[in-house]
Design a binder for this molecule. Structure first.
Ligand SMILES: C[S@@+](CC[C@H](N)C(=O)[O-])C[C@H]1O[C@@H](n2cnc3c(N)ncnc32)[C@H](O)[C@@H]1O
Length: 271
């Protein structure tokens, strides 16, 4: 993690500023801990990744999907490549979303970065700035870390929940999320958090599969959305975007065999 990133971080529980402890690293912060003087919680830094959650403490769908992606991580990149083939390929499918971001060399946050499958398309843009990624799965982040290290890309990574982001308000010039929100425990909290950490005037872009496609996942063993007898609500979460947001729109994306397989919800935080 870059030392300057400390300025952006806050406690995900109470949003107080954090202090660095027992830091080790060569120019970057690779090992050590962060401490919240307000709620007295400590967060480990291991291999440059700050651990803002303890997987054992997760509940609801987050617990289920955190574990699911830990197990799936080794095949995830290949799986998405194959899944996007009928939609014209992965590049086209991802750029359909990423091209909507106003990069402008600013700070970009990907919520649920997974193993970093969107990064090649961000880093090929001449206007890419500093990139930050958060995910609930430690295995996905470990893969992402080795992916960016091999390519020499500077991307700071955080183990955390979309519903309680460990960043100060207004930290990012672009915030985006692809592919996980349908199954988050707290969609409303996650959207509110993306808005909070976005700079006033910046764009927030959220994409996921349509309800029809999400229902098909019920048939995949281990991906069932039922939890304590309740189904996850996989409707486009546009009703969770506050009316105060501007330029709110939803587009159908990922067309294959005459049908759209995804949606892209975008809006702008008022300046
Ligand atoms: C389908 S993958 C998407 C990965 C990547 N964004 C992409 O475009 O392919 C969903 C990701 O969401 C993460 N995830 C699930 N629930 C989460 C939550 N509550 N907070 C943060 N990340 C979460 C999973 O660990 C997984 O990496």
């Amino acid at each position: 993690m870059k030392r300057s990133t400390l300025e952006l971080l806050c406690c995900p529980g109470c949003q107080a500023a954090l202090s660095l402890r027992d830091e080790r690293g060569n120019g970057t912060v690779d090992e050590g801990g962060l401490f919240c003087p307000h709620c007295e919680r400590s967060f480990l830094i291991r291999n440059g990744i700050v651990h803002f959650i303890c997987p054992q403490e997760l509940g609801g769908l987050n617990r289920r999907f955190g574990r699911f992606y830990d197990r799936l991580s080794h095949v995830y990149a290949l799986f998405t490549k194959m899944a996007f083939l009928p939609m014209g390929g992965e590049r086209k499918a991802r750029k359909e979303i990423l091209d909507r971001l106003d990069l402008n060399c600013g700070r970009i946050l990907e919520v649920s970065i997974g193993p970093g499958v969107n990064l090649p398309y961000l880093f090929e843009s001449p206007t890419v700035g500093e990139v930050y990624g958060l995910d609930i799965s430690a295995a996905q982040l470990a893969r992402c870390r080795s992916f960016v290290t091999k390519r020499g890309w500077s991307v700071d990574l955080f183990l955390g929940m979309a519903e309680a982001l460990p960043f100060k308000a207004g930290s990012f010039d672009s915030v985006f999320h692809i592919g996980g929100i349908n199954f988050f425990s707290g969609k409303k909290e996650a959207i509110d958090e993306m808005i909070r950490v976005a700079r006033p005037g910046s764009k927030i872009v959220i994409a996921d599969e349509t309800e029809r496609v999400a229902r098909l996942y019920d048939r995949i063993p281990g991906f069932s959305r039922s939890y304590h007898g309740k189904k996850a609500d996989t409707a486009v979460p546009v009703h969770l975007v506050p009316d105060t947001m501007e330029e709110t729109r939803v587009d159908d994306i990922w067309k294959a065999h005459g049908q759209y397989h995804g949606y892209c919800l975008e809006f702008r935080k008022p300046a």
